[in-house]
Design a protein around this ligand. Structure first.
Ligand SMILES: Cc1cc2nc3c(=O)[nH]c(=O)nc-3n(C[C@H](O)[C@H](O)[C@H](O)COP(=O)(O)OP(=O)(O)OC[C@H]3O[C@@H](n4cnc5c(N)ncnc54)[C@H](O)[C@@H]3O)c2cc1C
Ligand code: HEM
Length: 400
């Protein structure tokens, strides 16, 4: 299937309108969709709606599609990222017409008289084309997960077999499948979708958590930070800490995600994280150690202080056992009880440039948005090329 030339021209010509009204359209879209299809409240994250982060992510995606509709190749990476995220929510083909209907209604509502039949028909066709693309890519992900050894499609029941407090704020959960069969391997850096229904929530909630250890074929580990407090207390992170215990059963979607260690690269690797952003880095570090990676591995981590700093001892053991692994620690606000850190204050890559500006190195980073923007800017200013920069956003995606 391909788009007609007329549709391409009309959609491209209306792209600037979307840039102007994008978030108004997507806000209206979600309001209408949830009032007419309330079952979808069991899929979408209500907080991301409240904070507007999901509206912004969708508006940006729709705008990028319209602006590049005559050159869709540039969107390949974005389509992969969104499809992997969708896969962790188990998004199904039959849900696309529902979203399409409400999106078109929202465009009509916001554009008013400017939304002519010609424009709406062009957008209907363009949406159908994009939906078909997502459905195909997502089916590919589902099939791959299902066919992998230890794999499955949709959700599968897992038992919490261990729960370990790693710091004042971070706790790890170990899961094994209830059916006692193996579990699929994953690429270090990927995440799982967890499905929970806390008593205080009217709806089921789905969240993503990066797998925080190397794959082992038997179990998965995630490490969760308590997010926010008071009015901004995160629903599921607190529920996991307070109410999910050893022997409880949860449902998990198979591992997915497009942020992972290049499995073939023999280059130096620099893993940079802020706070709980270190979870995918731990999976990468442990996998590199298992693989016997010979090139330098530099683990750069920033935490507030030792009270909230998780996995210090674990990373330290790797550095003691391997000559090619080094850890560099920044503590924002060290207390008198803190030791073993290298720099006081927020992560500043200029201070450690000599150690991490390595020819051909790949850089993987994860943390708060401001942290990642700083990392990207510094690395780019040193001339690190785009293909060697890899990052994950712990929430609705945002370009840095
Ligand atoms: C790919 C991926 C991987 C991830 N991996 C990890 C991981 O390894 N470990 C981990 O701990 N987390 C991880 N996350 C984040 C995780 O999925 C959840 O988003 C996180 O646990 C918060 O969920 P919650 O239900 O507690 O918060 P939610 O209730 O969903 O709230 C989301 C955020 O908004 C804040 N908030 C709540 N209410 C308000 C309000 N009224 N105004 C403003 N802000 C508000 C909360 O404090 C929280 O920070 C990952 C996310 C993604 C997308
Ligand atoms: C062509 C149509 C669609 C587009 C362009 C689209 C786009 C997006 C984008 C850009 C994101 C954010 C991705 C990220 O954070 O990396 C997203 C997330 C999501 N999408 Fe879609 N999507 C489409 C269809 C659907 C459908 C049919 C459903 C199911 C009802 C759906 C459900 C979701 C959910 C649940 C999330 C996560 C929301 C959150 O984290 O709060 N999407 N989508």
């Amino acid at each position: 299937m391909s788009l007609s030339e007329q549709t391409i021209q009309i959609v491209k010509a209306t792209a600037p309108v979307l840039a102007e009204h994008g978030e108004t359209i997507t806000r209206h879209f979600y309001q209408q969709m949830f009032s007419q299809n309330p079952e979808l409240l069991n899929i979408f994250n209500a907080t991301n709606q409240k904070t507007g982060r999901q509206q912004a992510a969708l508006a940006n995606a729709v705008y990028a599609y319209a602006a590049n509709i005559d050159n869709l190749g540039v969107l390949t990476a974005a389509v992969q990222r969104i499809a992997h995220k969708h896969a962790s929510f188990n998004i199904l083909p039959e849900q696309y017409p529902i979203v399409g209907k409400h999106l078109l209604e929202a465009v009509t509502h916001v554009l008013g008289d400017a939304a002519t039949d010609e424009i709406l028909n062009a957008w209907r066709e363009a949406y159908g084309f994009l939906a078909a693309l997502f459905i195909e890519v997502e089916e590919g992900i589902y099939r791959e997960s299902e066919l992998a050894e230890g794999g499955w499609r949709g959700t599968r029941e897992f038992k919490v077999v261990n729960k370990v407090q790693e710091s004042e704020l971070i706790t790890s959960f170990y899961f094994e499948p209830v059916d006692g069969l193996p579990v699929a391997d994953y690429q270090p850096g990927q995440y799982i979708g967890i499905y929970l229904h806390p008593e205080q929530s009217e709806h089921r909630c789905i969240r993503q958590y990066s797998l925080s250890d190397a794959p082992n074929g038997r179990s998965y580990r995630i490490s969760v930070k308590r997010e926010g407090k008071g009015e901004t207390q995160g629903m599921i992170s607190h529920h996991l800490h307070d109410n999910v215990h050893i022997n409880d059963i949860v449902e998990l979607c198979p591992p997915s995600g497009d942020f992972y260690l290049n499995p073939r690269s023999e280059a130096p690797v620099v893993l940079l994280s802020g706070g709980v952003g270190q979870t995918p880095m731990l999976s990468m570090l442990n996998s590199l150690v298992h693989q016997g990676h010979q090139q330098p591995i530099i683990y750069v981590h920033g935490a507030m202080n030792s009270r909230v700093h998780a996995f210090d001892q674990h990373v330290r053991e790797h550095t003691e056992q391997s000559d090619n692994i080094e850890q560099i620690l920044f503590y924002d606000e060290p207390t008198g009880a803190c030791s073993g850190y290298h720099h006081a204050g927020k992560t500043d890559l200029e201070l450690i440039r000599k150690k991490i500006d390595l020819p051909g190195a790949h850089y993987y980073f994860c943390g708060p948005l401001g942290y990642m923007a700083m990392v990207k800017k510094s690395l780019q200013s040193w001339g690190v090329t785009e293909d060697r920069l890899h990052y994950e956003v712990f929430g609705p995606h945002k370009d840095l």
